[in-house]
Write a protein that binds this ligand. Structure first.
Ligand code: DGY
Length: 419
């Protein structure tokens, strides 16, 4: 075990709040949905029972309609805005009112494969909840074909250029007075702008005004965009959930149907002018016209093609470390501002799962070594400037530690075999 392995384990332990793991102290003091699932994957490399507990705690916050919220506010913390009082979802435990990329089935499968015997009971208990969540995605977010998001935070890629056209139509002028907390924890130039925050808050206020009625939010809300990133994550997650279901002896026809429908919808998010998958404003039918890391999650769902391959190599070769979150050759590229350019170890890791499964070992190895270099040089930051490796955002970050333990610090195949 290396020093970095030890540090990564220590970060997971230190961000453990008892049954759930926060992304990082200060900036993100609650349980975030996809962060938590990555934490489980990281724990699985040295403490399998703790990994299962993480997933169980997250799924225990599931709403009765099946949604698994993007934040679970276990204990109130004034250091974060917008907190439970702003979301006002009236759930116990308190939660936000949107979801986040459904990576849970994908990583549950990987954790279960490490020790199927030890995992069987856990998978049995989690399966009906995951199934219900996937049904929610299908019924509440796939009515237009690809996955629609109702708030940029639902995508997990909060302020990426994909959402600019949808955000332009959101009126943030009545968001009222509030104090941001994120900019007190990290350099404001690495965070979304005030104009973006006004709109984020306006969207939350709309959800509160309609009592978090998801059908009304989809039909009448201020923002509705097709997200290539979640579309690919959900497609892969459906397929992995079906694998888990078959192993349990369940009938997975319904899941196979959702996956087939979603795959058939992919042409709707292919922008021929851009030569790539693209986000789309579902209120106007307009493509975003920007290439981002969401499109490259196509690799996770075996949905790439030669044109996308060429785009991948172009944006990747234009930087030095990993896949940038926005096109480095486009005017909007901002290499240190949150999702508008930086590279994210978690996104690289998701892509790597797909590259490995497709037998593209040279690309997977390059992505792994570039991601590892970032962590070796600067430690476990939230994200990095892909041009010069400058560490950005929060430090001692759970998901970066998890990605080191599960992938960046080792060969994924070897890690699986050794477990
Ligand atoms: C934040 O507060 O920046 C989060 O990403 C919202 O989920």
């Amino acid at each position: 075990m290396t020093t970095l392995d030890n540090q990564a384990r220590a970060i997971l332990r230190q961000n453990d709040r008892g049954g759930y793991t926060i992304p990082t102290d200060g900036l993100y003091p609650y349980q975030w949905n996809w962060d938590s699932v990555f934490a489980a994957w990281g724990f699985a490399t040295f403490d399998l029972p703790r990994a299962w507990l993480e997933l169980e705690t997250l799924m225990a916050a599931q709403w009765s309609d099946g949604m698994v919220p993007h934040i679970v506010f276990h204990k109130s913390d004034p250091g974060y805005f917008p907190g439970p009082d702003v979301w006002a979802t009236e759930k116990t435990p308190a939660t936000s009112g949107i979801s986040q990329p459904p990576v849970a089935a994908i990583l549950t499968r990987l954790i279960w494969e490490q020790d199927k015997g030890a995992g069987e009971g856990h998978v049995k208990a989690l399966y009906p909840k995951l199934l219900k969540w996937h049904r929610w995605w299908h019924d509440m977010r796939c009515t237009y074909g690809p996955v629609a998001i109702t708030h940029p935070w639902e995508s997990g890629r909060d302020n990426c250029p994909d959402w600019d056209i949808g955000m332009a139509g959101v009126d943030g002028s009545k968001a009222g007075d509030y104090t941001r907390r994120d900019t007190g924890h990290v350099d404001p130039s690495m965070r979304p702008s005030k104009a973006e925050y006004d709109r984020y808050i306006a969207m939350v206020q709309f959800g509160v005004a309609v009592g978090w009625d998801q059908e009304r939010i989809v039909a009448e809300g201020p923002f509705l965009m097709a997200d290539p990133g979640i579309t690919f994550v959900l497609l892969r997650a459906h397929e992995d959930l079906a694998v888990l279901g078959r192993a349990l002896g369940e009938d997975v026809t319904e899941i196979e149907g959702w996956a087939a429908e979603l795959r058939n919808a992919l042409p709707l998010i292919w922008n021929p002018e851009l030569g790539a998958y693209d986000a789309k404003d579902l209120r106007t039918g307009q493509f975003a016209g920007v290439l981002g890391s969401g499109a490259f999650l196509a690799y996770l769902a075996s949905a790439s093609n030669p044109e996308l391959d060429a785009q991948l190599m172009r944006v990747w070769d234009a930087v030095r470390y990993g896949i940038p979150s926005a096109d480095p050759e486009a005017a909007i590229f901002d290499p240190r501002r949150y999702w508008r350019g930086p590279t994210w170890p978690v996104v690289n890791a998701l892509m790597a799962i797909g590259l490995r499964d497709a037998g593209r070992h040279d690309l997977e190895a390059r992505l792994r070594s570039e991601t590892a270099e970032l962590i070796q040089k600067h430690g476990f930051f939230e994200y990095f400037d892909p041009t010069d490796a400058t560490p950005c955002g929060g430090d001692n970050f759970t998901w970066t530690a998890a990605i080191w333990l599960t992938w960046a610090g080792r060969d994924l195949e070897l890690a699986r075999g050794a477990a």
